[in-house]
Design a protein around this ligand. Structure first.
Ligand code: FES
Length: 158
């Protein structure tokens, strides 16, 4: 039987409570290690087949919304293609903050990434720097998943 990745219940996506299951992809189309985007109207969902089971999250990086479906999956960790943020799908937490820095979920500040042995880069003052500093990299949000008759189904609002 195909496992479904358990996720922290507090990280259920808004609107997913009581939502009906909708077919997303045949199980055969989502082999272990695969990432796959499926869209329901304007909601893009990422399906991932991790070693702990299948998970469904928003296909928007919790930093600046890049599509994680074109990133890399390494075990349960998905890497974002835009600023190298890495997110653990087993916990919903960032295991590597984006290179641009920003706020962690608890509001603590992470500076811009600097190459080891180099002086930290001076960020020129201005709106762009302020936007980077104030961007909160939140935890992942999850949609319930099940497999029925060989089809992966996701509970999404709408
Ligand atoms: S958008 Fe993903 S790390 Fe920045």
């Amino acid at each position: 039987m195909t496992e479904i990745l358990p996720f922290p219940p507090e990280l259920l996506a808004p609107g997913a409570v009581g939502a009906g299951y909708r077919p997303a992809i045949r199980l055969a189309g989502l082999p272990p290690g695969a990432l796959h985007r499926v869209s329901f109207g304007d909601l893009d969902v990422l399906l991932a087949h991790t070693p702990l089971g299948i998970a469904a999250i928003d296909d928007r990086c919790p930093h600046m919304s890049a599509p994680l479906s074109i990133g890399e999956l390494d075990g349960c960790v998905v890497a974002c293609p835009l600023h190298s943020g890495r997110f653990d799908m087993a916990t919903g937490e960032a295991v590597q903050m984006p290179t641009t820095g920003g706020l962690r979920p608890d509001g603590t500040y992470e500076p811009v990434w600097t190459q080891p042995g180099r002086e930290p880069k001076e960020d020129p003052p201005g709106k762009k720097t302020e936007a980077r500093r104030l961007t909160r990299v939140r935890r992942l949000r999850y949609y319930p998943v099940r497999v029925a008759d060989g089809v992966v189904e996701v509970a999404v609002p709408g």
